[in-house]
Design a protein around this ligand. Structure first.
Ligand code: CA
Length: 244
């Protein structure tokens, strides 16, 4: 049996449709990854305990009364697994569902039908982002953004632990893409940051960029801003501005 080199990333495919998981397995193998397939949340958990995958491709609708979102929450709530990038594959293309999936902690979201080419580039991007060595046993810091805290006005952004603090309030956790966007907004406080500029920064960091993703990240950021959400202004046909 010819196996890809040991350095090839292990990918856990969690999908109840045998046709789809066979097809994914075939492609992943051809691309040089080491795929394993699980058909349910229970099976996926058993496999993850045996071997921690480097990436999870996760179907939303799974049998046995536990959905992909349940598994996602388990992964994000585990010290050993929280750093694993998760790409949700789903038939649900509604923006609300997409936001829900991202809110629950998925790193990216691909709606069926998707092309294999697109899937491959998303996988590559997620693995690039997570390639930073992670000491899982020490509860290692999951990918993206390093650097010193950014303080502007009432806002303190701490990229190291991905928290945003407003005034004297408790810091809130935000996602990697939001850290990136917030950094740009804070460094240009009161000035408009062009969408293209944000897009370029996101792509530089291996984040998939499209209009929908950016909208999702910005809406998550507004949620994190709470009562200050209105200070994050959408500048029509241009970009975003954070008011001091
Ligand atoms: Ca399914």
């Amino acid at each position: 049996m010819s196996k890809p080199p040991g350095s090839a990333a292990s990918v856990l495919v969690v999908e109840d449709s045998l046709d789809i998981s066979e097809m994914l397995k075939e492609h992943l193998t051809r691309w040089g990854y080491q795929p394993e397939c699980a058909g349910s949340v229970v099976e996926a958990l058993q496999m993850m305990h045996r071997r921690t995958p480097q990436l999870v491709l996760l179907d939303w609708g799974l049998p046995g009364g536990r959905s992909g979102i349940d598994l996602l929450k388990k992964i994000r709530g585990s010290r050993d697994w929280a750093h694993i990038p998760v790409l949700m594959l789903t038939a649900r293309a509604q923006v609300d569902d997409r936001i829900y999936g991202l809110d629950a902690g998925s790193d990216d979201y691909l709606a069926k039908p998707y092309s294999m080419r697109e899937l491959r580039s998303r996988i590559q991007a997620l693995l690039r982002r997570s390639r930073r060595p992670v000491d899982a046993a020490a509860g290692g810091e999951p990918e993206v953004d390093e650097g010193d805290p950014v303080r502007q006005g009432i806002f303190t952004l701490n990229p190291a632990d991905r928290t945003l603090q407003i005034g004297g309030e408790n810091p809130v956790s935000i996602g990697g893409p939001e850290v990136l966007i917030m950094t740009a907004l804070l460094n240009n406080l009161g000035r408009t940051v062009q969408r293209q500029k944000l897009a370029a920064r996101m792509r530089q960091r291996g984040l998939e960029f499209n209009e929908c993703n950016l909208n999702v990240y910005v809406s998550r950021l507004r949620k994190a801003l709470g009562a200050r959400a209105r200070q994050l202004v959408t500048v029509r046909n241009s970009g975003y501005r954070l008011d001091p």
